[in-house]
Design a protein around this ligand. Structure first.
Ligand code: AP5
Ligand code: MG
Length: 225
């Protein structure tokens, strides 16, 4: 399966990406996580992009495309992948399609996980992340058992540097201007699937999974590449 997850900041791309990865055994690749790892480890890429993330702006297309191309070339991607946060501009979507076409592949489904801007701000303000395993929590809906400690690995939880309300508002504006056109890009040829993201996590996943089971069945029947 080759999937793309789209949606406003806080829509649940990371949350759903993890569930899909767990069920279908393919890697969940979050461009935002890759960038945050690069920043944390102080690589040249990390130093270059840190200020973009803090402002809530997109990093340059060339850097994002290079980073994802390198990730997709690794052996664990041979059976498919879930891209979360990439493509974020039409230029990135075209670059991805071109790269895949060279090896006779394509993006099979792009999911638009839909929530309101108000819900996005609320979720971002209350999100907490594990600094070690990347698990995602919410201060009200999905709390860790012990305050500020990860249930999976016991590590301290933290708040992302771009999860302030002011930066979250910038991210919403950037999404509408630069990423929203990507929805049209995938809808033109029937690859876009719209999901109501404003429901409990399990219900959102059930909708996504309905389409994935159809895709898995067609792959088994040899209809999909
Ligand atoms: P990125 O990390 O991709 O952030 P984002 O798109 O803003 O999305 P988020 O990670 O904030 O939200 P999410 O949809 O993953 O939601 P989550 O599952 O965590 O990008 C960060 C930055 O990196 C960008 O601003 C940009 O600078 C740069 N960047 C990344 N990719 C780039 C690219 N391709 N090109 C250029 N720049 C790029 O859930 C959110 C919260 O809600 C959590 O607390 C969760 O527990 C809770 N939650 C989830 N689902 C539900 C539900 N159904 N009901 C209630 N609560 C829920
Ligand atoms: Mg995310």
């Amino acid at each position: 399966m080759r999937l793309v997850l789209l949606g406003l900041p806080g829509a649940g791309k990371g949350t759903q990406g993890e569930l899909i990865a767990e069920k279908y055994g393919i890697p969940h690749i979050s461009s935002g996580s890759l960038i945050r790892e690069a920043v944390a480890s102080g690589t040249d890429l990390g130093k270059e992009v840190d200020s973009y993330i803090r402002r809530g702006e997109l990093i340059p297309d060339t850097l994002a495309i290079e980073m994802i191309s390198e990730r997709l070339s690794r052996p664990d991607c041979a059976q498919g992948w879930i891209l979360d946060g990439f493509p974020r501009t039409v230029l990135q979507a075209i670059a991805l399609d071109q790269r895949l076409a060279e090896i006779d592949l394509d993006v099979q489904m792009a999911f638009d996980i839909r929530i309101t801007p108000g819900e996005a701000i609320e979720r971002i303000a209350k999100r907490r992340m594990c600094s070690k395993c990347g698990a995602v929590y919410h201060l009200e809906h999905y709390r860790s058992q012990a305050m500020d400690v990860c249930d999976n690995c016991g590590e301290q939880l933290y708040r992302r540097s771009d999860d302030t309300e002011e930066t979250a508002r910038t991210r919403l504006v950037v999404y509408m201007k630069q990423t929203h056109p990507v929805l049209h890009y995938y809808s033109r040829d029937g690859r876009l699937y719209s999901i109501d993201g404003q429901r409990p996590i399990a219900e959102v996943f059930a909708d996504v999974d309905y389409y994935l089971q159809r895709l898995a069945n067609s792959e088994r029947a040899g209809e999909a590449k």
